[in-house]
Design a protein. Structure first.
Length: 123
């Protein structure tokens, strides 16, 4: 199925924590080949591998963009920043990583918020 699975809101410490987690998972789902096609199936990438780390960086940055667009409180943003920094540190050899990840995260946030490119016209 094509679903995002997340615990029910009551299981989270706060409404902000629930939405931060939901946004993170939504950004992951935007990378699917039928959406923005970031070229990675995180179910196949080993935890902590460069591919996994890159996708986590994109997902958390995108979640932070969505949280900001939604007015989510600063404490959640601070948690997100720490999470982003942890994944960034795993990828210190790639000097362009943060720029590339931020671009992919912004495209994901835009897509989730409904800014989707028109399909090409054949003809």
């Amino acid at each position: 199925t094509d679903t995002i699975e997340i615990a029910e809101p009551a299981r989270f410490e706060s409404r902000e924590s629930y939405y931060a987690t939901l946004f993170h998972e939504c950004v992951h789902s935007s990378g699917h080949s039928k959406r923005l096609d970031r070229g990675l199936d995180t179910r196949l990438a080993p935890f902590g591998s460069p591919d996994y780390s890159r996708e986590e960086l994109v997902a958390e940055m995108g979640a932070a963009f969505l949280a900001a667009a939604s007015g989510i409180s600063p404490p959640t943003i601070e948690q997100s920043a720490a999470y982003i920094d942890g994944w960034r540190k795993k990828l210190t050899d790639d000097k362009k990583l943060v720029i590339a990840a931020a671009g992919a995260a912004q495209r994901a946030a835009d897509w989730i918020l409904g800014d989707r490119p028109e399909p090409p016209i054949n003809g």
